[in-house]
Design a protein around this ligand. Sequence first.
Ligand code: NAD
Length: 479
Amino acid sequence: MKKITIAKGDGIGPEIMDAVLDIFQAAQVPLEYETIEIGEKLYLDGYASGISSASWESILKNKIFLKSPITTPQGGGYKSLNVTMRKALGLFANIRPTQSYFPYVASNFPKMNVVIVRENEEDLYAGIEHQQTDEVVQCLKLISRPGSEKIIRYAFEYAKKYKRKKVTCFSKDNIMKLTDGLFHQIFKEIAVEYPEIQSNHMIIDIGAARLAAQPESFDVIVTSNLYGDIVSDIAAEVAGSVGLAGSVNIGSSCAMFEAIHGSAPDIAGQDKANPSGLLQAGIAMLFHLGLVENAIAIQNAWLKTIEDGIHTPDIYNATTSSQLVGTKAFAQAVISNIGQKPTRLQAVSPPKDAIIILPEVAPKTPKTKGLVGVDVFVHQSNKNPEVLASRLQDATQNTGLVLKMITNRGVKVWPNGFDETFCTDHWRCRFEWILEKKPSYSEVLLLLQELFKHQLDVIKTENLYMFDGLPAYSMGQGQ
Ligand code: NAD
């Protein structure tokens, strides 16, 4: 029998996990469980990420992890267990289905049924941040071709398996032409491989607004990490199902399944918690494991229970509910409905084979890469760009590079900037090769030495490259 790792977590975690396991047992789900401890106790015992090495071993051995929510203690020094898990286990895809269960659960959008497929490992969540000057800090946004290919292909494969009709890509490539531009470009490349599925792209701001106002017009949404984090909460909120939604984190060898809500310490130990979010995560896990019959039986029993109006306090309302129940009684109601189907909510009929296996990302032929200049970032408290330009020109007159432009927060301030542009102490100074010189990195090192000798405070450099003869760096705004 397949063994999986489970963690009962903190707050309401143990109650909702017991409810899920009772339902699994009644439905004769063929799984064995290895329980690990994670969360608050581990944090307080000195594990910075809330998990011990023995628990890691269990997850790495069993590969499948069903996780109850945990409490993160207040105060600094504690790392997010979820972020640590996603990155350490290579869980590249976060899948969040959000559906309206109207009229049994209040929602303004009775027909909403959206799945958000969110990239989980890179983007601004790579967590690479630095303070560089008194006034400026930075966070690096990293978007990779393989990372984008994997998540976008996953979204199309998901749509195919679950008979979805449309995949929408959200990005902000009108502004971030290289990073979000790559994500959008790869979306277009992969979309043509799935002609049977409609595809479209929306700029994230209007996309998020539409999702909030007209969620019924979306089917599957694929997007990068930060946007996905935000839009998946918007989707759950407008569906009225924050307490009912599960979340799936998929990697090439491991997978983690959890509710989207937290540990709800305010109602812990009171038999009031709704176990539906964790149950939905558990059902997604059964599909992932190929236990499709069990998954369908439990999902239909759960839909029937919701439809019968047997509700926990968080979704109870006098007009559509028939019975107010606690966690345990709700689980018993689901158990007694196993074998039945809902009559008004749509019963589930996903494919027999719900497992998504992605091909390896094919390596691309390397492009021809040529160094054409360097952006040198300088800390200077004097806010006059002319002063900086003349210091830089003095310092670099004997090098093979020439100062072409200075920007401040991306806006060109030299040559010919506007007096109106607000400047901080963080300057990007673009140098390019003088025509007769052959570009080489040793020239860049010489340039840096000269800047150092002239007491210019260089905080970092970015090389400027052409890839296959095309400039692969952004222009200054106003350049
Ligand atoms: P929360 O989701 O725990 O609770 C928000 C509100 O929703 C509370 O009123 C709570 O009673 C209610 N609620 C949540 N789940 C419910 C359920 N299943 N049934 C009925 N009501 C439910 O969010 P919070 O209060 O901001 O966070 C509490 C703790 O959970 C914090 O320590 C936070 O760090 C942690 N957290 C953990 C995870 C996770 O482990 N994945 C996610 C989010 C928050």
